[in-house]
Structure formats: C-alpha cells, structure tokens
Design a protein around this ligand. Structure first.
Ligand code: 26W
Length: 823
C-alpha cells in the first residue's frame, strides 16, 4: 500500500521555503514557529489541491448519489498531521522537515485545534468525514464557520475560566473561501400570499425580511491511501450586498444596520452547551442559516445536471446530526414548493425520501422545543409549512388511533405552544437511528415508543465508531508500528484485522513489548503534565483516566468521591497494599452549569490536598488536565491504563472515548451503558471491569420516583465520612460551604429534582469494589498485558469505517467513486 512514489522531496522542500518567503518575507531560519507551521501547511495543501480538483471533477462526471452530513458541530482537531498521515507521506515529510532543521512535533503543536464542536457529537461527525473519504464515498460535511470555537479552558485557583478561542487569528491555511457561491438566507418579516392567475397556484412570498449572505469556506477532507478529497463546507455570514439593492432599499438605514449585526452575530460563536437545550433565539438563527444555505446549494448543484427535482432523492440525501439541523425538513419543502413549483404531495414525497435523522441522546433536557412565538416570528414561512406538516400528521395519528388524545400529546410536532424538533425529524425522516444497540433499544421501548409502534420500519441502530487513522496511527505511533510489525498494515483501513493479534496474547515477549510501549506513552503524558500542570507523576503508577465533557450523568463526581474514600483508607491503613495510582481528569463544563463547575473545583481541591500529603508516599495522585480537547486527547488515550466509562446506565447514548481508550489498550472500568455493552461483548467480560445498576434497574427506579440515598448515608460509614468531608472544610478550609450544592444534590430532593438523580451513592460500593479489582489485576503484570492485547485485538468493530459502511448500506445507498491518480 505504501506507495509514495508520487512524493517529490525536493519539490516539497522548495515549496516550504518559498511559502515562507511569499507569506512572511522571511527565510526559514528567520521565521517563528507559527510561520513555519503555515509554510509547511501550505506546502501540504498544494499536494492536496490536485486531488481535490480531481475528486470534484470525477464526482461531476460520474454523478453518483451524495450524502450531505448536516451538523452544527465538526470537532476536527488539528489538520496538518492528519493530512500528512492520510496522504501516506508522514514519514517522508517528517524527514524533509528534519533536513530543514524543524521538529515535526513542534510544527504540529503550532496549529490551533479546529474546535467547532462540544464533544461526542461533533467528534463523531469529524470521524465520519474521515471514513467517508477513505472509503471513497461522495460526501459533504455542512456546518458553520464559527469565528470562535469551543472556549479554551484555563484553571485559575482550581476554578474553570473560559477564554475565547480565536482559532482563526493567524488564518486557516487549509480552507478556501468560495466567494463564487454567495447564498442569501432570509429571516423574519411576514408571508404575503396570493393566487397566481396564470397557473392557479397559491403563491407565498416572504416580505420585509432581514437577510444575510452566506459565504462557504471549503476545507479538504483527505482520504487515507486514496485520491479522494471530500469537502467540509462551513458557512460564514456577510451582510447582503447593499450596493446592488434598489435605491428604496438603500435608503433603509435601520434595516442595513440590523442586517450587518445579524451577519456579524450569527456565526460569532459555538454554543458551548452539551446535552442541554437553552432555547436561545440566536441558536435557531444559526440553525436555519447553515441549513438553508446548504440545502439551497445542494439543490442548485443537483439542478446543474438534472431537470426533475422530483427525483432529488436519487442523487441527494441529507443526514441530520441530531435535531439541530431539523429545519432542513421545512426548508426543503419550501424550496420545492415555493421555488421549484411542486405541489405539497410531490414535495412531501421528495422530502421524506431525502432526509434521515440520528438521535444522540435520551437526556430530556437536551430535547429541542422552540416556542411558537419565537419560531414563527423568525421563520414565518417555515413555520407555516411546519404547521401544515403537523396538521396532516395529527390526522394520520387520529386515523390510526381514534380517540387517543394521549398519542397526539406525545407525537404531535406542535403541541403546548412549542415546536418539537425531534417529532418533526421522525415524522419526515425516512430513517431514524440510535448510536449504540442499547441506546436504540431504549429509544424503541421507552423514549420514542409511540413513534416506533407507528412506524417501526424507520428505526435502526448504527453503533458509533472512531477513526483509527487519527486515534491510533497518528496518536500512538509506537503502538501503530508494533501492530504493523506483527500483522502488517492492513488494519489501517480494515480494523477487524486487529484480531490477528490474538495469537500473540500469551507470548511473553509481546506482552513485555506492549507494556514497554505503554510505559513510553505514559512518560510522554507525564512530561505533558509536568509542563502544563507542574505536577510530577510516576509513569510506573496506574494511569486511571476520565476525559470527557463534564456532566452529572457522566459521574465525574463518583470518581472523585471514590478518590476521597481511597485516600481515607490509605491514611487509616498506611501499609495497605495498593499499586500507586494517578487519577487523571479532563473536562470542560458548560459555562452556565454551576454544579459541573463546582465539581471541577472539587477535583482540583482534592488534588491539592492529596498531592501535597507526603505521608502517603505518592500512592495516590490526582491531576486535572486543563483544556481537554482533540489534540491533547491523542496523547492521553495512548497513555491510559484504565478507561473510566462510568455514566449512570441508560444515560450515555454511546460514548466514543471508550473506543479510543480500548484501541490504545486501556481496560474499561464501566457501567453497562451505551457502547460499553458492545465493548464487553467484543473483548469478553473478564477483560473489562463492570459495575453498577443496569439500565433496566435505573429505569425501574426512575419510574418508581427514585430511591432513598439517606438510607445509604445512614448505613455506610465510609460513604458518610466522604460526604461529610464535602462540608467540613477538609477540601475547602477557607469556605466550608463551597461544596454544599454537591452535598445537597446527593442527599436532598430539591425543586422537583430527586436526590442523587444519577445514582452515585447507589453505585458507590459496587464502583469501589470494581476499583479494587483493577488494583488486583494490575498487580499481575502478565495477565494485565494479555488483557491489554485482547482489548486492542477486539477493537475492530469500533472503527467509524464499519459504522459508515452500515450507514451507506442501510440508509444512504451510496456507491463508491474511485478517483484516478493525478498527473
Ligand atoms: C441543544 C443542546 C444540545 C447540544 C448537544 C443537545 C444535545 C447535544 C448532543 C447530542 C450531545 C452529544 O454530544 N451527545 C453525544 O453524542 C455522541 C455521538 O453519538 C455519543 O457517543 C454520546 O454518548 C452522546 O452523549
């Protein structure tokens, strides 16, 4: 596979040097690191460009069906290293840089993460793009070019401080502005309707609106080992071109100012909420903005080659990444009817064959429900269409379940003064999928039960996956090389080949080699922690890691309460037989999520006390890694021994971090939730450590109105001791009230919220026992190494390549387009 005969070292070198001159008027020995990064990035882009052109040409020629992956979020991370990897020229390019006196790692470190996403959902979109390109499928990612991405997290005095992420300040070398495709998006005003006397059709025109011009920026998505370069199209907003307006419009100063503000605000910043709907008007504007622009462009492109929009679905499919882009349903209807002249039934037929929906969460507070007032004011024509979709849908429900008002209450799209986006997506989508087996089952049996009963044929599961190119080949070069040495490099595009490693699991030498690699990766992370936190951690200790967004259902609190408990045990019993353990956390909390931010402070406060207690001989260390993101994630996954996947069962739709850890040889310590269930199925229960309530048990308790945590508090000494430490000043000597909210959340019902909503105390004992098992298992180094190898060998299922093939086969029905060699 490794055919890099096309790569011309001298030319690449020359390009870097000349880029540096033309961009910065500097020779490379005079340039700073950022300038060197830019010079290298532009040289890589030059190689990508020819393939990009060839790909788009071949797509036009073959005219195959294309998926448009519509997502508010694309958490791409850094591009340079990944592009070098996918061009299969990483080593060669690294060599050139060395010859020029540059260190590849330093150069890669200059690139800001493209953090246009919050967490799981955004990173999944990025992994899907990588797989689509690698598998040679025609695809676009459609999203927003936020000026500020996910905030940077700084830890000050143990607290999270949010700092704006000005990721574009030095420019983005890989993107291309496509000024030739300006697309107007209209907001507000009112709808004037009239009858067209010639055709006899009812016509609808939006008037007195505020408009913005959407301008696309294209970012290349390089497939691994193929010539395919797909496109991530992210939209920027500019004020409409007032120069071309009629003199009447020009005179409207007020309107001009409003439109300028609209354009400026709309793409300003990513909403940093994960799994929490806030109902902000600007967010709905963002949604309609990128959806309208993307759908308009997709149809314009279709019409360049076809004249019957009734067959749009033969060439185009829109996948909605959660409900965030669901206005696409009505926008497509609008374009088909108001602009293309289709009748309702014709337009509905096209729409319901074109749009499909993925659900990523069952958390009730994440459900998007827009107040009618806001929705209809901002999108008057879209609202009319949604109303009509709803009217017809309610008729259908009535016909199927006569006299059953409950069904209407639960399934109607408009109800109780609100527009329910999930209901719209399910009603109009030709496919509805969950993201792990358990999650899909819960959707079918609980959350979306009524929809499933009414239209079971739409429902299907697509268990998430991750790209091994970024999360193993790039993130863990030592392990990647070791695997390739053992079984060849076929795993890079067919991850199931990892199972060939199984013949080595009992081989003592292989076990040692693997432990050695893990050790080196731990040294790399320890160095990062020393540089960024100033904390010394011992690479011989167990690296026990929980990195993910901070959310109560993910239960970072359970983890840190257990650390507090373990610390008490060690203090009481200094000779206790425990392997030294480093508990590593990384998590951003939504800016307004108070208890989540308190939890970060708690983790840092516990770290302060424990890390500075010399009496425990470094048996326990606690580290909170600042600003967890894709790029430092790559270092973290490679170094983990234990992967904490401890969400309350039924709450984590899938999880994808769990897969990244497994692929890098960490043991899962988790609940039977999300994709953990399938991880255990693949690797065997004896190679993971599972604890806690099952999802059925959790759901049963919830239906019974919860359980009584006071009983546990009263009967379990150790737990009581730990909880009291939240309010006795042990970790907050200057303010005993600091962690009172956390304490209360565990023990008291408050304002309609059950005490210990996420069953932390209920699962505590079982979790502590599981942690003991980890301790024991790690003491047997050989057994641990074997388990580690089995985890790697069993990770094949969790490639996003597999996931994408399933989407293609079951939902999108795409065909591959092979791109011939360029030049
Ligand atoms: C409206 C606010 C909002 C923002 C983001 C609501 C919901 C979200 C996302 C759906 C949250 C999210 O990222 N969900 C995660 O999606 C991953 C990819 O499928 C799953 O692996 C995670 O389990 C799920 O939490």
């Amino acid at each position: 596979m490794s055919n890099t005969s096309w790569f011309n070292k001298d030319e690449f070198k020359k390009n870097i040097i000349s880029n540096c001159k033309s961009l910065f008027r500097k020779n490379i020995d005079e340039a700073d690191k950022q300038q060197l990064f830019q010079s290298v990035a532009y040289a890589v882009k030059e190689i990508i460009i020819d393939r990009w052109i060839a790909t788009q040409k071949e797509y036009a020629k073959q005219d195959k069906k294309t998926v448009y992956y519509m997502s508010m979020e694309f958490l791409m991370g850094r591009a340079l290293g990944n592009n070098m990897i996918n061009l299969m020229a990483y080593d060669e390019m690294k060599e050139v840089l060395e010859e020029l006196g540059m260190d590849i790692n330093v150069i890669e470190d200059q690139e800001p993460d493209a953090a246009l996403g919050n967490g799981g959902l955004g990173r999944l979109a990025a992994c899907f793009l990588d797989s689509l390109a690698t598998l040679e499928y025609p695809a676009y990612g459609c999203g927003i070019r936020y000026k500020y991405g996910m905030f940077k997290q700084e830890i000050k005095d143990g607290y999270q401080v949010e700092v704006p992420d000005n990721w574009l300040k030095d420019g983005n070398p890989f993107e291309i502005k496509r000024s030739e495709y300006p697309t107007v998006v209209k907001f507000g005003g009112y709808v004037r309707s009239y009858r067209d006397e010639k055709t006899g059709r009812d016509m609808f025109v939006q008037e007195d609106y505020r408009a913005v011009t959407a301008i696309p920026y294209d970012v290349p998505v390089v497939g691994y080992g193929v010539n395919t370069v797909n496109t991530l199209r992210i939209w920027d907003a500019e004020p409409v071109d007032t120069f071309n307006l009629s003199s009447f419009d020009k005179g409207d100063y007020q309107k001009a100012v409003e439109e300028e503000n609209l354009a400026k605000n709309i793409v300003e910043v990513l909403y940093p909420n994960d799994n929490h709907y806030a109902g902000k008007e600007l967010r709905l504007k963002q949604q309609y903005f990128f959806v309208s622009a993307s759908v308009q462009r997709a149809i314009a492109q279709y019409k360049e080659r076809h004249d019957d929009v009734r067959k749009l679905y033969e060439k185009v499919t829109f996948q909605l990444n959660d409900t965030h882009p669901t206005v696409a349903v009505a926008e497509l209807m609008r374009i088909l009817m108001d602009e293309e002249g289709l009748e309702w039934d014709e337009a509905w037929d096209v729409t319901t064959k074109t749009v499909a929906y993925t659900n990523h969460t069952i958390m009730a507070e994440a459900l998007e429900k827009w107040p009618i007032e806001l929705f209809s004011r901002l999108l008057p024509r879209i609202y009319q269409i949604v109303e009509e979709i709803n009217r017809r849908f309610v008729e259908e429900i009535k016909a199927k379940y006569p006299g059953n008002q409950d069904k209407i209450r639960k399934m109607a799209i408009i109800y109780d003064g609100q527009v329910k986006m999930a209901n719209l997506a399910i009603c109009a989508g030709y496919s509805v999928n969950g993201v792990a087996k358990l999650h899909t089952e819960i959707l079918e049996k609980q959350e979306l039960k009524d929809f499933y009963e009414m239209m079971p044929e739409k429902f299907n599961n697509k268990t998430n996956g991750i790209t091994q190119r970024r999360f193993l080949l790039h993130a863990n070069p030592l392990l990647a090389a070791w695997i390739t040495d053992k079984i060849g490099d076929g795993w890079i595009t067919d991850l199931t080949q990892l199972k060939k490693l199984k013949v080595y699991v009992d081989d003592a030498k292989c076990q040692q080699e693997l432990m050695q690699i893990k050790y080196k990766n731990k040294v790399r992370l320890a160095k990062y922690i020393k540089e960024h936190n100033g904390i010394d951690v011992d690479p011989n200790s167990i690296f026990d890691v929980q990195v993910k967004r901070l959310h109560e259902y993910k239960r970072q609190l359970l983890n840190i309460l257990h650390v507090m408990y373990l610390y008490n045990e060690v203090k009481k019993n200094p000779d206790m037989d425990i392997k030294p353990r480093t508990f590593i956390f990384g998590a951003k909390a939504a800016a307004g999520y108070k208890i989540a931010k308190q939890t970060i402070k708690l983790i840092n406060s516990v770290a302060d006390v424990i890390n500075n207690d010399a009496s425990i001989n470094g048996k326990i260390k606690v580290v909170f890694i600042e600003n967890y993101r894709v790029s430092n994630g790559e270092i973290i996954f490679a170094a983990a021994d234990v992967s904490e996947q401890i969400s309350t069962a039924s709450k984590e739709a899938s999880g994808t971090g769990n897969m990244k850890f497994m692929l890098n040889g960490a043991m899962t310590l988790g609940t039977m939730d999300g994709a953990n269930v399938e991880i255990v199925q693949e690797v065997g229960i004896e190679n993971a450590v599972i604890f806690g309530l099952s999802s059925d048990e959790v759901i049963r308790y919830e239906n019974e109105g919860g359980y009584d945590p006071m009983e546990i508090f009263n009967n379990d000494q150790n737990i009581r001791e730990v909880l009291m430490e939240l309010i006795n000043g042990k970790y907050s000597p200057d303010d005993t009230e600091r962690f009172r909210d956390i304490y209360n959340s565990l023990l008291n019902n408050q304002g309609g919220r059950r005490a210990d909503t996420y069953f932390i105390l209920k699962d505590f004992r079982s979790y502590a026992d599981a942690q003991k098992i980890i301790n024991e298992r790690y003491s047997d180094e050989k057994a641990w190494a074997k388990s580690m190898m089995l985890n790697i060998a069993s990770a094949g299922k969790f490639s996003s390549d597999r996931t994408i093939e399933e989407y293609v086969h079951d939902i999108w029905k795409l065909e591959k387009v092979h791109i011939p060699d360029v030049k």
